[in-house]
Write a protein that binds this ligand. Structure first.
Ligand code: NAD
Length: 313
Protein backbone atom coordinates (compact mmCIF):
# COMPACT_ATOMS: atom_id res chain seq x y z
CA UNK A 1 0.00 0.00 0.00
CA UNK A 2 1.32 3.48 -0.90
CA UNK A 3 0.97 6.00 1.93
CA UNK A 4 1.36 9.79 1.62
CA UNK A 5 2.34 11.17 5.02
CA UNK A 6 2.02 14.93 5.55
CA UNK A 7 4.16 16.18 8.43
CA UNK A 8 6.16 12.94 8.29
CA UNK A 9 9.38 14.70 9.39
CA UNK A 10 7.79 15.79 12.66
CA UNK A 11 7.71 14.20 16.09
CA UNK A 12 4.67 11.89 15.69
CA UNK A 13 4.87 11.74 11.88
CA UNK A 14 8.42 10.35 11.84
CA UNK A 15 7.49 7.58 14.31
CA UNK A 16 4.48 6.78 12.13
CA UNK A 17 6.75 6.56 9.06
CA UNK A 18 9.08 4.15 10.91
CA UNK A 19 6.14 1.90 11.72
CA UNK A 20 4.58 2.05 8.24
CA UNK A 21 7.91 1.17 6.59
CA UNK A 22 8.36 -1.68 9.10
CA UNK A 23 4.93 -2.98 8.10
CA UNK A 24 5.82 -2.95 4.38
CA UNK A 25 4.07 0.24 3.24
CA UNK A 26 5.66 2.39 0.53
CA UNK A 27 5.85 5.86 2.09
CA UNK A 28 6.08 9.38 0.66
CA UNK A 29 6.68 12.11 3.22
CA UNK A 30 5.57 15.63 2.28
CA UNK A 31 6.87 18.17 4.80
CA UNK A 32 8.09 21.78 4.67
CA UNK A 33 10.39 21.23 7.68
CA UNK A 34 8.83 24.20 9.50
CA UNK A 35 8.89 22.24 12.78
CA UNK A 36 10.03 18.83 11.51
CA UNK A 37 13.63 17.67 11.08
CA UNK A 38 15.13 15.71 8.21
CA UNK A 39 17.41 13.88 10.66
CA UNK A 40 14.32 12.10 12.12
CA UNK A 41 14.04 10.24 8.79
CA UNK A 42 17.70 9.68 7.92
CA UNK A 43 17.36 5.94 8.73
CA UNK A 44 15.20 5.59 5.58
CA UNK A 45 17.37 7.58 3.15
CA UNK A 46 18.52 4.57 1.13
CA UNK A 47 15.24 2.66 1.31
CA UNK A 48 13.48 2.25 -2.05
CA UNK A 49 10.13 2.27 -0.25
CA UNK A 50 10.75 5.80 1.04
CA UNK A 51 10.53 9.19 -0.70
CA UNK A 52 10.92 12.62 0.88
CA UNK A 53 9.41 15.76 -0.65
CA UNK A 54 10.27 19.10 0.94
CA UNK A 55 7.36 21.38 0.10
CA UNK A 56 4.49 23.33 1.56
CA UNK A 57 0.94 22.02 1.80
CA UNK A 58 -0.33 25.54 1.14
CA UNK A 59 0.81 25.02 -2.48
CA UNK A 60 -2.31 23.31 -3.86
CA UNK A 61 -0.92 22.59 -7.35
CA UNK A 62 2.18 20.96 -5.88
CA UNK A 63 0.10 18.79 -3.51
CA UNK A 64 -2.16 17.73 -6.41
CA UNK A 65 0.93 16.66 -8.38
CA UNK A 66 2.78 14.84 -5.60
CA UNK A 67 -0.20 13.02 -4.05
CA UNK A 68 -1.02 11.22 -7.33
CA UNK A 69 -0.76 7.42 -7.22
CA UNK A 70 -1.08 6.95 -3.45
CA UNK A 71 -3.69 4.70 -1.79
CA UNK A 72 -4.04 6.47 1.56
CA UNK A 73 -3.13 9.83 3.08
CA UNK A 74 -1.99 10.15 6.69
CA UNK A 75 -2.52 13.85 7.36
CA UNK A 76 -0.30 14.62 10.36
CA UNK A 77 1.00 18.11 9.49
CA UNK A 78 -0.26 21.13 11.42
CA UNK A 79 0.97 24.04 13.44
CA UNK A 80 1.82 22.12 16.64
CA UNK A 81 1.92 25.11 18.97
CA UNK A 82 -1.50 25.58 20.59
CA UNK A 83 -0.47 28.93 22.11
CA UNK A 84 0.58 30.61 18.85
CA UNK A 85 -3.03 31.37 17.89
CA UNK A 86 -3.07 34.07 20.58
CA UNK A 87 -0.53 36.07 18.54
CA UNK A 88 -1.06 34.83 14.96
CA UNK A 89 -4.79 34.57 14.40
CA UNK A 90 -4.62 33.31 10.76
CA UNK A 91 -2.18 30.50 11.52
CA UNK A 92 -4.59 27.71 12.50
CA UNK A 93 -7.00 28.70 9.75
CA UNK A 94 -4.20 28.25 7.19
CA UNK A 95 -2.26 25.34 8.71
CA UNK A 96 -5.47 23.66 9.87
CA UNK A 97 -8.39 24.16 7.52
CA UNK A 98 -6.76 25.47 4.31
CA UNK A 99 -4.06 22.82 4.36
CA UNK A 100 -6.68 20.12 5.05
CA UNK A 101 -8.82 21.46 2.19
CA UNK A 102 -5.80 21.39 -0.16
CA UNK A 103 -5.17 17.76 0.72
CA UNK A 104 -8.82 16.71 0.33
CA UNK A 105 -9.17 18.52 -3.00
CA UNK A 106 -5.90 16.98 -4.26
CA UNK A 107 -7.19 13.56 -3.24
CA UNK A 108 -10.53 14.20 -4.98
CA UNK A 109 -8.98 15.13 -8.33
CA UNK A 110 -6.66 12.13 -8.14
CA UNK A 111 -9.31 9.58 -7.08
CA UNK A 112 -7.78 8.89 -3.62
CA UNK A 113 -10.45 8.23 -0.98
CA UNK A 114 -8.85 7.22 2.31
CA UNK A 115 -7.61 9.81 4.82
CA UNK A 116 -6.29 9.31 8.34
CA UNK A 117 -6.28 12.52 10.39
CA UNK A 118 -4.47 13.61 13.57
CA UNK A 119 -7.06 15.61 15.48
CA UNK A 120 -6.87 16.51 19.13
CA UNK A 121 -8.67 16.33 22.46
CA UNK A 122 -8.84 20.15 22.33
CA UNK A 123 -11.89 19.92 20.02
CA UNK A 124 -13.97 19.10 23.14
CA UNK A 125 -13.16 22.47 24.74
CA UNK A 126 -13.57 22.99 28.48
CA UNK A 127 -16.21 20.66 29.92
CA UNK A 128 -17.35 19.27 33.26
CA UNK A 129 -17.29 15.69 31.98
CA UNK A 130 -15.01 13.39 34.03
CA UNK A 131 -14.19 11.42 30.86
CA UNK A 132 -14.97 12.42 27.27
CA UNK A 133 -16.35 9.84 24.80
CA UNK A 134 -16.26 10.46 21.03
CA UNK A 135 -20.01 11.24 20.94
CA UNK A 136 -19.74 14.05 23.53
CA UNK A 137 -21.22 17.35 22.36
CA UNK A 138 -21.56 20.18 21.67
CA UNK A 139 -17.93 20.57 20.63
CA UNK A 140 -16.85 24.07 21.65
CA UNK A 141 -13.05 24.48 21.39
CA UNK A 142 -11.50 27.39 23.30
CA UNK A 143 -8.28 27.77 21.27
CA UNK A 144 -7.79 28.75 17.61
CA UNK A 145 -5.76 25.55 17.26
CA UNK A 146 -8.81 23.61 18.47
CA UNK A 147 -11.01 25.47 15.99
CA UNK A 148 -8.58 24.50 13.20
CA UNK A 149 -8.83 20.84 14.21
CA UNK A 150 -12.63 20.83 14.51
CA UNK A 151 -12.99 22.69 11.21
CA UNK A 152 -10.68 20.15 9.56
CA UNK A 153 -12.72 17.26 10.97
CA UNK A 154 -15.82 18.90 9.45
CA UNK A 155 -14.20 19.28 6.02
CA UNK A 156 -13.07 15.66 6.07
CA UNK A 157 -16.51 14.26 6.99
CA UNK A 158 -18.05 16.57 4.36
CA UNK A 159 -15.79 15.02 1.69
CA UNK A 160 -16.91 11.59 2.99
CA UNK A 161 -20.57 12.56 2.64
CA UNK A 162 -20.18 14.31 -0.71
CA UNK A 163 -17.43 12.36 -2.52
CA UNK A 164 -17.58 8.92 -0.81
CA UNK A 165 -14.27 9.37 1.04
CA UNK A 166 -13.45 7.15 4.02
CA UNK A 167 -11.73 8.54 7.13
CA UNK A 168 -10.04 7.56 10.37
CA UNK A 169 -10.00 10.56 12.72
CA UNK A 170 -7.99 10.33 15.95
CA UNK A 171 -8.40 12.78 18.80
CA UNK A 172 -5.03 12.51 20.52
CA UNK A 173 -4.27 13.03 24.19
CA UNK A 174 -0.95 14.81 24.80
CA UNK A 175 1.67 12.76 23.00
CA UNK A 176 5.21 12.52 24.41
CA UNK A 177 8.42 10.65 23.60
CA UNK A 178 11.70 10.66 21.70
CA UNK A 179 12.05 13.31 18.93
CA UNK A 180 9.62 15.53 20.84
CA UNK A 181 10.48 19.14 20.04
CA UNK A 182 7.78 21.01 21.98
CA UNK A 183 5.43 20.67 24.94
CA UNK A 184 5.71 20.76 28.70
CA UNK A 185 8.53 18.21 29.16
CA UNK A 186 10.77 19.88 26.55
CA UNK A 187 9.97 23.25 28.12
CA UNK A 188 10.90 22.07 31.64
CA UNK A 189 14.15 20.44 30.46
CA UNK A 190 15.18 23.62 28.62
CA UNK A 191 14.37 25.84 31.60
CA UNK A 192 16.19 23.59 34.06
CA UNK A 193 19.28 23.45 31.83
CA UNK A 194 19.38 27.24 31.96
CA UNK A 195 18.64 27.48 35.68
CA UNK A 196 18.90 24.23 37.67
CA UNK A 197 17.88 25.99 40.90
CA UNK A 198 14.42 27.20 39.93
CA UNK A 199 11.62 26.10 37.60
CA UNK A 200 8.88 28.39 36.34
CA UNK A 201 5.60 26.45 35.99
CA UNK A 202 2.77 28.00 33.96
CA UNK A 203 -0.51 28.15 35.93
CA UNK A 204 -0.97 26.61 39.40
CA UNK A 205 0.58 23.23 38.50
CA UNK A 206 -2.75 21.44 39.07
CA UNK A 207 -3.61 21.16 35.36
CA UNK A 208 -4.21 17.47 34.81
CA UNK A 209 -4.08 15.68 31.44
CA UNK A 210 -3.45 12.23 29.98
CA UNK A 211 0.01 11.76 28.39
CA UNK A 212 0.36 9.08 25.74
CA UNK A 213 3.70 7.59 24.76
CA UNK A 214 4.45 8.11 21.06
CA UNK A 215 4.85 4.43 20.12
CA UNK A 216 1.43 3.72 21.70
CA UNK A 217 0.05 6.60 19.63
CA UNK A 218 1.33 5.34 16.26
CA UNK A 219 0.38 1.74 17.09
CA UNK A 220 -3.14 2.99 17.86
CA UNK A 221 -3.36 4.94 14.59
CA UNK A 222 -2.37 1.95 12.46
CA UNK A 223 -4.43 -0.47 14.54
CA UNK A 224 -7.65 1.52 14.09
CA UNK A 225 -6.91 2.03 10.38
CA UNK A 226 -6.44 -1.68 9.78
CA UNK A 227 -9.28 -2.93 12.02
CA UNK A 228 -12.19 -0.54 11.37
CA UNK A 229 -13.93 -0.02 8.07
CA UNK A 230 -16.87 2.40 8.50
CA UNK A 231 -17.13 5.49 6.35
CA UNK A 232 -16.21 7.66 9.36
CA UNK A 233 -14.05 5.99 12.00
CA UNK A 234 -13.68 8.41 14.91
CA UNK A 235 -11.49 7.48 17.88
CA UNK A 236 -10.11 9.05 21.01
CA UNK A 237 -6.47 8.00 21.36
CA UNK A 238 -5.21 8.17 24.92
CA UNK A 239 -4.56 6.28 28.13
CA UNK A 240 -6.96 6.07 31.07
CA UNK A 241 -4.66 7.76 33.60
CA UNK A 242 -3.39 11.34 33.78
CA UNK A 243 -0.60 13.45 35.25
CA UNK A 244 -0.57 16.90 36.84
CA UNK A 245 1.88 19.53 35.67
CA UNK A 246 3.46 19.57 39.16
CA UNK A 247 4.01 15.81 38.93
CA UNK A 248 5.67 16.27 35.51
CA UNK A 249 7.99 18.87 37.06
CA UNK A 250 8.89 16.39 39.83
CA UNK A 251 9.57 13.60 37.31
CA UNK A 252 11.77 15.86 35.14
CA UNK A 253 13.72 17.11 38.18
CA UNK A 254 14.30 13.51 39.31
CA UNK A 255 15.32 12.27 35.84
CA UNK A 256 17.78 15.21 35.56
CA UNK A 257 19.15 14.21 38.98
CA UNK A 258 18.64 17.72 40.39
CA UNK A 259 17.94 18.57 44.02
CA UNK A 260 16.27 21.41 45.89
CA UNK A 261 14.69 22.95 42.79
CA UNK A 262 12.30 25.77 43.72
CA UNK A 263 9.00 25.63 41.80
CA UNK A 264 7.71 29.09 40.86
CA UNK A 265 4.07 29.10 39.69
CA UNK A 266 2.79 31.85 37.41
CA UNK A 267 -0.65 31.25 38.95
CA UNK A 268 -4.19 30.81 37.63
CA UNK A 269 -5.86 27.53 36.81
CA UNK A 270 -4.62 27.32 33.19
CA UNK A 271 -1.18 27.63 31.58
CA UNK A 272 -2.31 30.23 29.04
CA UNK A 273 -5.51 31.56 27.53
CA UNK A 274 -7.03 28.76 25.46
CA UNK A 275 -5.44 26.00 27.58
CA UNK A 276 -7.93 23.36 28.78
CA UNK A 277 -6.73 22.78 32.36
CA UNK A 278 -8.28 19.36 33.00
CA UNK A 279 -9.63 16.61 30.81
CA UNK A 280 -9.73 12.86 30.47
CA UNK A 281 -10.36 11.02 27.19
CA UNK A 282 -12.52 7.92 27.11
CA UNK A 283 -10.61 5.61 24.75
CA UNK A 284 -12.86 2.59 25.34
CA UNK A 285 -14.04 2.54 21.71
CA UNK A 286 -10.52 1.76 20.46
CA UNK A 287 -9.84 -0.42 23.53
CA UNK A 288 -12.83 -2.60 22.62
CA UNK A 289 -11.40 -3.14 19.14
CA UNK A 290 -8.26 -4.50 20.85
CA UNK A 291 -5.82 -1.56 21.23
CA UNK A 292 -4.72 -0.30 24.64
CA UNK A 293 -1.91 2.03 25.71
CA UNK A 294 0.96 -0.02 27.15
CA UNK A 295 2.19 2.79 29.43
CA UNK A 296 0.30 4.81 32.05
CA UNK A 297 0.42 8.58 31.81
CA UNK A 298 3.13 8.87 34.52
CA UNK A 299 5.18 6.11 32.87
CA UNK A 300 4.89 7.87 29.49
CA UNK A 301 6.10 11.15 31.03
CA UNK A 302 9.05 9.42 32.72
CA UNK A 303 10.07 7.47 29.61
CA UNK A 304 9.72 10.56 27.39
CA UNK A 305 11.88 12.60 29.79
CA UNK A 306 14.50 9.87 29.76
CA UNK A 307 14.42 9.68 25.91
CA UNK A 308 14.76 13.44 25.52
CA UNK A 309 17.64 13.72 28.00
CA UNK A 310 19.44 10.85 26.32
CA UNK A 311 19.01 12.29 22.80
CA UNK A 312 20.08 15.73 24.03
CA UNK A 313 18.46 17.37 20.98
P1 NAD B 1 5.39 18.42 14.77
O1 NAD B 1 5.52 19.90 14.70
O2 NAD B 1 6.56 17.66 15.25
O3 NAD B 1 4.92 17.86 13.35
C1 NAD B 1 4.23 18.62 12.39
C2 NAD B 1 4.93 18.43 11.07
O4 NAD B 1 4.18 19.09 10.04
C3 NAD B 1 6.33 19.05 11.05
O5 NAD B 1 7.23 18.12 10.50
C4 NAD B 1 6.18 20.28 10.15
O6 NAD B 1 7.38 20.60 9.51
C5 NAD B 1 5.08 19.82 9.21
N1 NAD B 1 4.29 20.92 8.63
C6 NAD B 1 3.63 21.91 9.30
N2 NAD B 1 3.03 22.75 8.43
C7 NAD B 1 3.29 22.27 7.19
C8 NAD B 1 2.96 22.72 5.86
N3 NAD B 1 2.23 23.80 5.65
N4 NAD B 1 3.41 21.99 4.81
C9 NAD B 1 4.16 20.88 5.00
N5 NAD B 1 4.51 20.43 6.23
C10 NAD B 1 4.10 21.11 7.30
O7 NAD B 1 4.11 18.13 15.68
P2 NAD B 1 3.59 16.77 16.35
O8 NAD B 1 3.55 16.98 17.79
O9 NAD B 1 4.31 15.60 15.78
O10 NAD B 1 2.09 16.78 15.85
C11 NAD B 1 1.66 16.00 14.76
C12 NAD B 1 0.15 16.16 14.60
O11 NAD B 1 -0.51 15.68 15.77
C13 NAD B 1 -0.30 17.61 14.43
O12 NAD B 1 -1.39 17.62 13.54
C14 NAD B 1 -0.76 18.00 15.81
O13 NAD B 1 -1.72 19.01 15.77
C15 NAD B 1 -1.37 16.68 16.28
N6 NAD B 1 -1.44 16.55 17.73
C16 NAD B 1 -0.28 16.48 18.45
C17 NAD B 1 -0.37 16.33 19.84
C18 NAD B 1 0.88 16.25 20.68
O14 NAD B 1 0.76 16.11 21.90
N7 NAD B 1 2.07 16.30 20.12
C19 NAD B 1 -1.61 16.26 20.47
C20 NAD B 1 -2.77 16.34 19.69
C21 NAD B 1 -2.66 16.46 18.32
Amino acid sequence: MKAFVTGGAGFIGSHLVDKLIEKGYKVTVYDNLSSGRKQFLEQHTNNNNFTFIEDDLLDLEQVKKEIRGHDVVFHIAANPFVRLGEKQTRLDLEQGMIVTYNILESMRVNGIKKIVFSSSSVVYGETNEPSLPENYGPLLPISLYGAGKLGSEGLITAFCGTFDFQTWIYRFANVVGSRGTHGVIVDFIEKLRKNPGELEILGDGKQQKPYLYVSDCVDGIIFGFEKSNDMINLFNLGCDTNTTVKRIAEIVVKEMKLRDVKFKYTGGKRGWKGDVPRFQLDASKLNQLGWKATLTSDEAVRKATHDLLEANL
